[in-house]
Design a protein around this ligand. Structure first.
Ligand code: AMP
Length: 231
């Protein structure tokens, strides 16, 4: 299962609840295939930080935890996909979030004579998600991620690498988490159904070790490429 640097990979959409390990897997997939990892949340946060027009429009909506309008996000993704580094393929993380975005993506790919996306849904049980999210601690200095239940630092509360005190993300507090998980379900169930109905949804069991989940995802991606007769 080796990635051929010259081969066309296409568009991969990664779906998964907060805490499903989507960010970790997206990075691994991007590295394996040599394609960019495009996270709409990251691009929006960059725009907010830089105070661009898009950032100014998105800021208040993001702070409320609502979704930024489809038009704004679709336009932003269109610009990103038009860059040369996306020519062989791209991994989309956090997009699409609504069926309107999924329809837009299908139209955009069809116009560019690209095949439809391979959609991987990383599924993790509710209790496991809760433990992962409530246990997550990060180092504010070097971004190192720990989990007090599964991957604790050597010394409690302190980063192994740089010794800085670890912090808990505001939205990883227990009272916020169940809200985040509920709103994810509301948004994503219709999206998963959209792709399932079109025979594109690949379900992956996400509560296994990282390497095993990764291998299953590669298998799903390569199986889909073989099924559409493209390489
Ligand atoms: P994330 O980092 O993916 O959790 O995204 C952070 C925030 O950015 C979300 O709560 C939304 O406000 C906004 N956002 C990210 N991706 C999208 C999207 N595809 N559609 C609408 N809003 C989005």
């Amino acid at each position: 299962m080796t990635a051929n640097a010259a081969s066309h990979v296409g568009t991969i959409v990664l779906l998964g609840a907060p805490g499903a390990g989507k960010g970790t897997q997206a990075r691994l997939i991007a590295e394996h295939y040599g394609i960019p990892h495009v996270s709409t949340g990251d691009i929006l946060r960059e725009n907010v930080a830089e105070g661009t027009e898009l950032g100014r429009k998105a800021k208040a909506v993001m702070e409320r935890g609502d979704l930024v309008s489809d038009d704004l996000v679709n336009g932003m993704v269109a610009d990103r996909l038009a860059r040369p580094d996306c020519a062989r393929g791209v991994i989309l993380d956090g997009f699409p979030r609504t069926t309107a975005q999924a329809e837009w993506l299908d139209r955009d790919l069809a116009q560019r004579r690209e095949r439809p996306p391979v959609v991987v849904n990383v599924e993790v049980g509710y209790n496991q998600l809760l433990q992962r999210l409530t246990g997550r601690r990060t180092c504010p200095v070097d971004g190192q991620i720990y989990n007090i239940h599964f991957q604790p630092p050597k010394k409690e509360g302190v980063c192994d690498v740089c010794g800085a005190p670890l912090v808990q993300r505001k939205d990883d507090k227990e009272e916020v988490i169940s809200e985040r998980l509920k709103s994810y379900e509301r948004q994503t169930l219709p999206l998963a159904e959209y792709y399932r109905a079109r025979g594109r949804l690949r379900r992956i069991q996400g509560d296994l070790p990282v390497q095993q989940v990764m291998t299953e995802i590669f298998r799903a991606i390569e199986g889909s490429a073989a099924a559409t007769g493209t390489e």
